[in-house]
Design a protein around this ligand. Sequence first.
Ligand code: PEP
Length: 253
Amino acid sequence: MRKKIVAGNWKMNKNVIEAQQLMLQILHYRKENPGNCAVWIAPPAMYLLLAKDLYSTQQVGIFAQDMSAYKSGAYTGEISAEMLESIGADGAIIGHSERRQYHNETDAQCNIKVKLALDHNLTPIYCNGETLEQRKAGDHLNVVKKQTEEALFTLSDEEIRKVVIAYEPVWAIGTGETATPEQAQEIHAHIRSLIAKKYGQKTADEVSILYGGSVKADNAQEIFSQPDIDGGLIGGAALNITDFSKIIEALDA
Ligand code: PEP
């Protein structure tokens, strides 16, 4: 059965005191409210070891926001899959639209990163999603198809079952604009059917597909109620415990 997941992407926010405070609040919340969905956070890379120390009993999964497509060597500023594995991180977000937009990341690079992550026992959260122009042009299904196929379809059956996909329409990220539950469900079902066509329905039914894009405490439940939506990748609302815990509660329900 596929996993239900709420993952918080902190992006480039919080100093170390604030980061530690929020990590402890999440831990406390989860201890008091041990629900059935997985709770993951992706803090800035420099706080991953701090998270690892605080979450020694694995109540909360620890993810990097990105990782290098290179194995090791002269790549200043990069963090490798091997390094993440060595500190006991659970995985990495790969192909976030902000990486694509500001760092020109491509599906081909994402493919290399996803494979490297899996080779190092890390769970990749692979992000895809169309821009506003692509949606207006009616191209969204094709765009997501290409992103999914190019980044993931070289994987084996066993490997793709370990990938988590996050559908994040670019026009809904940090804009306050959310895809309607029906719009999101359409793409989630589309992604699952692409996986089913390539790997079979049984495999497709094992892959968790999260929705991301202005998920908030007051719209989470409706979004999560869709049959092919297995949880959320949360940006802004993951930065405070009040909103984040309400979103977790919506998926636990
Ligand atoms: C994200 O960046 O992954 C995201 C979904 O952000 P927000 O929730 O702020 O739209």
